[in-house]
Every structure is written in C-alpha cells, then in structure tokens.
Design a protein around this ligand. Structure first.
Ligand SMILES: Nc1nc2c(ncn2[C@@H]2O[C@H](COP(=O)(O)OP(=O)(O)OP(=O)(O)O)[C@@H](O)[C@H]2O)c(=O)[nH]1
Length: 374
C-alpha cells in the first residue's frame, strides 16, 4: 500500500488496487503499447463514440485509465500509459496478480505508421514475462493506423511483425503462445471488427449462439445474421457462413441509423387508417401480434440488390440484424415468428450464461428454438 501511494505521488501513476470492489469478477481488457500508438483513441472511439477525427486532441495518458462497461456482459477496459513499462520499472514493482489475475485479453497496440521495432521488442519481452506466470492470457496484437497504407504494405507489415514475434518466442523456447494479429484503424470498421473477435473469446458457449444464428439463417433464408452490442457496434456472434466485411459494415451502419432515429423520435403512434391497412390481407392479424417486439423493430430494402435488412431488438443492449435474400418480404409473418423464437432463445442464453452469483442457481438447459421452415 505504501509503495502504491509513493508511486502515485512520484509519477502520477495510479496503481490498480486489487481490493477495489467494482473491479472484481469482471473480465478485463488491457490496452498496452508504446506512447502515441493509439490506445486511448481506440478506447474512446469504440466505447465512448468519440468521432475519430477528435482523437487528434486527446492528451497523453498519465495514469492507468479504468473504464467499467455495463453492457450485455460487464467488463472493464484498462488503458495503460505508453511511457510506463510495468515489467521494467525502477521505481515500483507492480502487483502482477492485480493486473493480470482476471484478465480477458491483453491488447497490444503497434503504430504501423511509425518505426515499430521497439514496440515489437517490448511486446516480445511482455509475452515472455507473462508466459511464465499467466500462460493462458490471450494476446491480441492490433497493428494499428493502417488507414494510410496500401493493402500490400499492410500485409507486409503484418508478416514482418508476426515473424519477428514468432522467431523471438521460439528462440526463447516458447511455442504456441496464444498471440493473434489484427490490422486496425479507427477511421473504418476494422477496429470494431477486431474488438468483436476479442470479445467473442470471452463469451462462454459462443458455439451455441452461433448455432442459433446459423439455424435462423437456414430456416429464414437469410444471407447473414449478426448479434450486435448496440452501444459499441461490436458483434457478439454471427452465423457460420464465411466472414464478409461489407455485410458487417452495412449492418453496423444500420444499427447506427436505427439508434439515432429511435433517440430522436422514440416510439410513435400509428393512425387507425394505417393500422387497418397493416392488419388487412395478406397479414390478417392484429398489429400487436405481428410486431414481435415492443421496443425496436425495423426493416429496410437495399435499392441496389433488393435485399431487405431487418433489425430486432433483443434487450436494451443487444440487437439481431440480418440481411435477407431477395423476395423475403413476402414471407415476413413466418420470418417474424422465427425471429421471435430466436430472440427468446437469446434472452434465455444470456440469463443462463450470466455468472451464477448474479442470477442464482440456474435450472434446466437452453430452449432449443422450434423454428418454422420457410
Ligand atoms: N491515422 C490514424 N491515426 C490514429 C489512429 N488511432 C489513433 N490515431 C492518432 O494517434 C495519436 C495518438 O493517439 P492516442 O490515443 O493519444 O495514443 P496513446 O497510445 O493513448 O498514447 P499515450 O497516452 O501517450 O500512451 C492521435 O493523434 C490519434 O488521432 C488511426 O487508426 N489512424
């Protein structure tokens, strides 16, 4: 404790206190890397919706910044000051258990527009330190600021960084360390895509979520379905069809539009005339029965490909967004029924996979959604 206070006075560095109650039991994402590599910008853009151009005015981080995020799952993001090397600090010995004990992932940010050799050397030293005591920590390397670089050059840098790390680790006798690489920029969707991959590894029984979405895509003839965390636009799961950045981008932009729209207009009353039309042929059902969700539901058709996109709110954090095939609008009642079943399954999934001390004892298993074949 004395050490901690001394360091705080000396360097202005706030050392994490392992006894702080709000930090217990939540997976933690640590953002580390050299000064000015872009850590605070990433955290501000992804978790606080800061427009990327405004990161130019961010000040250098002097203390460890801890953010607690109450989302579909509670987790923390710790942003480390670039000038501090926690493994080689003459002023203070850090409490490694307090930092790395409950970690979900270590995100190491490398500025691809700068000379990255020192950053790679520090990352290597960090992996070697961690490997001894915490061999299971996922290390996610964000090769960052790739927006100004050509596609070929990006891949060259990724190859070079990967080789430098793998060579050093194998020279030190460390094989199969869990290190993954992502090319990122705050100026496009790549940073959200990379965070999606990182967060997905923290979700227990992710395979079950993916199976639900795959099943939904098959029965409703969807091209692609995503489960979004609406506040961050991170996708928590998708179906098993190949990854497609363009689909993710359009669905993510759609989430933005709906959120903005809902914030401005909230829910709106429908006129009797409009209601009568919606309840007539071919739907022939009360509108309240057709609208499967009271909160937010939306559909839109892309003019170019005539592919509808649908969005359905799952709870206040999550939304299901899917790209349908051409002509799917004719089958909307059936699709709505299936989506409804999956939404219920998703709600149940998150109830069951919550930490036991939050929900108490859980009995029974997941409901296997009974979908109606299209
Ligand atoms: N071109 C480009 N610039 C970026 C990107 N991300 C961050 N930057 C810029 O990089 C600079 C440094 O960003 P910071 O987020 O302050 O860096 P940091 O790693 O938190 O720095 P310290 O707090 O000193 O450790 C800012 O001017 C950002 O605008 C990116 O994806 N592309």
């Amino acid at each position: 404790m004395e050490n901690r206070q001394r360091l705080q006075k000396k360097d202005g560095v706030k050392v994490p206190d392992p006894t702080t109650p709000q930090t217990k039991g939540r997976p933690r994402l640590l953002l580390m890397g050299q000064r000015r590599s872009g850590k605070s910008s990433i955290s501000s853009v992804v978790f606080h919706k800061l427009p990327p151009s405004e990161t130019l005015f961010l000040e250098s981080t002097a203390r460890i910044q801890k953010d607690s995020l109450n989302s579909f799952m509670e987790f923390q993001v710790w942003d480390f000051p670039g000038q501090i090397d926690i493994f080689d600090n003459p002023n203070f010995t850090f409490d490694m258990d307090a930092i790395f004990g409950e970690i979900g992932a270590l995100i190491w940010v490398i500025d691809a527009q700068d000379d990255y050799l020192e950053a790679v050397a520090r990352l290597n030293a960090t992996i070697l330190h961690l490997h001894r005591s915490y061999p299971h920590i996922n290390i996610e390397v964000f090769i960052h600021k790739v927006d100004g670089l050509s596609d070929d050059y990006r891949l060259d840098i990724q190859r070079d960084v990967t080789i430098r790390i793998q060579d050093e680790l194998s020279d030190q006798g460390v094989e199969n360390a869990p290190v993954n690489f992502h090319l990122t920029s705050i100026y496009n969707h790549s940073i959200f895509e990379a965070f999606s991959k990182v967060i997905q590894k923290l979700i227990p029984r992710l395979g079950q979520l993916e199976a639900m979405l795959t099943n939904l895509c098959r029965t409703c003839r969807f091209e692609k379905a995503y489960l979004f965390d609406v506040n961050t636009k991170i996708y928590i799961a998708t179906d098993n069809t190949p990854e497609d950045m363009a689909s993710y981008e359009i669905c993510s932009d759609y989430v933005d539009v709906i959120i903005d729209f809902t914030e401005v207009y909230g829910s709106w009353p429908r006129s009797d005339q409009w209601r009568d039309r919606l309840e007539a042929e071919p739907w022939t059902q009360q509108l309240d029965d057709q609208v499967a969700c009271e909160w937010a539901e939306s559909g839109m058709v892309l003019a170019d490909a005539r592919r509808p996109i649908m969005l359905r709110e799952v709870d206040r954090f999550l939304a299901l967004v899917a790209i349908m095939k051409e002509g799917s609008y004719d089958k909307m009642p059936q699709i709505n029924m299936n989506v409804d079943v999956v939404v219920k399954g998703l709600i149940e999934f998150f109830e069951i996979t919550k930490p036991k001390d939050v929900v108490g004892t859980v009995q029974g298993g997941l409901v296997s959604p009974g979908l109606v074949q299209g």
